[in-house]
Design a protein around this ligand. Structure first.
Ligand SMILES: [Zn+2]
Length: 121
């Protein structure tokens, strides 16, 4: 019994989940890179266009790249400027990159990745 349980644990990589782009299935990030903001790594906001957005916050996102000029306008996280973030491999819009406006803020940066743009494995 103990051996079987051990096997199942190692299959799951100790519970670490990979997040993959829904368009090209490339690796974007994993659950051990989650960043808790206000006590949670899952967030939901309504954007200025009235669209409901659910996303995860990550400290690092190896498969995503920010593109464009960052702005503090309508930022969901005061003190952080945002830039749209895209899949490095196929250009799919995954969410946003956030950068601290003040050099003394921690974290210096993080990522918001839309739940409906990634598949979890
Ligand atoms: Zn992709």
């Amino acid at each position: 019994m103990g051996v079987v349980f051990k096997g199942i644990q190692s299959l799951g990589g100790n519970g670490v989940k990979g997040f993959h782009c829904i368009q090209c299935l490339s690796f974007i990030s994993s659950s051990d890179l989650f960043l808790k903001l206000n006590g949670a790594q899952r967030h939901s906001f309504v954007n200025p266009e009235g669209i409901y957005c659910e996303f995860y916050s990550f400290l690092s996102c190896p498969g995503a790249v920010p593109h464009g000029r960052d702005t503090e306008q309508d930022s969901w996280f005061p003190g952080y400027a945002w830039t749209p973030a895209f899949c490095v491999f196929c250009g799919n819009h995954l969410g946003w990159h956030y950068r601290a406006v003040s050099v003394t803020s921690r974290p210096m940066e993080f990522w918001g990745i839309l739940m409906d743009q990634v598949s979890v494995r």
